[in-house]
Design a protein around this ligand. Structure first.
Ligand code: NCD
Length: 308
């Protein structure tokens, strides 16, 4: 089973993955050892920078007793001009499952079509990032006890940010009202907004972040995706445009969650880190249990009801 976009999961499947992830928490934090994936090999194929996604997949696999192969464009034949198709043929033989991150939108689907093993999309250009969405949903459930019918504000680079493309899609299917906050040049792509609305989702768009903080359950900050700008001067115009600091939250609901896929540049001032609104580091940790659940599901390995 591949995971390329959130369309590859029904709502019930997403919910069951979150439940599996919850059960796997003791394994994720190292207090229990459960070698469900012993003898299995994960190919970690990263053609773009990554800290959390790559390392949390690696930790997830290792804590379940599996092995990991790491490929990056530095130190591999990708630098010699090998095509993605050829690289994938090798991985098909060396690994049981692979995670791929690539600068080109559509590359994960292309890779999945080229091989037999399951492929998990860890970010394809400005396209999608569904495994991030699973950990985002898991974190929202931790904070609010539900992922249904929430008021969620997505902030920053909604044009090039793949995390918000996948997340808005998933949240809309769970009845969220979405507010998109961005500068004009980085608005959510029209076809995504059209899709969300045609599925009955309540969508609002603004460039004013402070005006929406008082009436939200989740504020999801994102980095301006510098590497995707065709022109550095265009990036400079919007760099640092949204920064949230603890004073801005004076009138916010006490259970407002501030989230961020990370890395942050200047979007969240460190004064928020020690407040109860800060969820981004727990969010990053949640990559481990959710990716464990996903690896098990994709490899057809059931998770025991009780783990201790
Ligand atoms: C995100 C990505 O790669 O899209 N990072 C991540 O996976 N946590 C967000 C970003 O790079 O801004």
């Amino acid at each position: 089973m591949d995971l390329i976009t959130m369309d590859d999961l029904t709502n019930d499947e997403s919910i069951s993955l979150l439940e599996d992830a919850r059960r796997l928490m003791p394994v994720a934090n190292g207090s229990a050892y459960l070698p469900l994936l012993e003898g299995k090999v994960l190919g970690n194929l990263f053609f773009e920078n990554s800290t959390r996604t790559r390392l949390s997949f690696e930790t997830a696999m290792k804590r379940l007793g599996g092995e990991v192969l790491n490929l990056s464009d530095v130190g591999s034949s990708v630098k010699k001009g090998e095509t993605l198709y050829d690289t994938m043929q090798m991985i098909d033989g060396y690994a049981d499952i692979a995670v791929i991150r690539h600068p080109r939108q559509g590359a994960a689907q292309y890779a999945a079509d080229a091989v037999e093993i399951p492929i998990l999309n860890a970010g394809d250009g400005a396209g999608n990032h569904p495994t991030q969405t699973l950990l985002d949903l898991f974190t929202i459930k931790q904070g609010h006890g539900t992922i249904r019918d929430l008021r969620v504000v997505l902030v920053g680079d909604l044009r090039y940010g793949r995390t918000v493309h996948s997340l808005s899609h998933a949240l809309s299917r769970f009845g969220a009202s979405l507010t998109f906050v961005s500068p004009e040049s980085l608005m959510m792509p029209e076809e995504i907004v059209r899709d969300l609305k045609s599925n009955g989702c309540d969508v609002a768009e603004t460039s004013d972040l402070l005006s929406v903080l008082g009436s939200s359950d989740v504020v999801y900050m994102t980095r301006i995706q510098r590497e995707r700008f065709p022109d550095e001067a265009e990036y400079e115009k919007v760099a640092g445009i949204y920064t949230i600091k603890s004073d801005d939250l004076a009138n916010a609901p006490s259970n407002l969650m501030i989230m961020h896929p990370l890395p942050r540049v200047s979007e969240i001032h460190p004064s928020i880190d020690s407040t109860s609104h800060a969820w981004y580091f727990r969010q990053a940790f949640n990559g481990v249990p959710t990716r464990m659940a996903l690896l098990c599901r994709s490899l057809g390995v059931p998770i025991p009801e009780v783990i201790n």
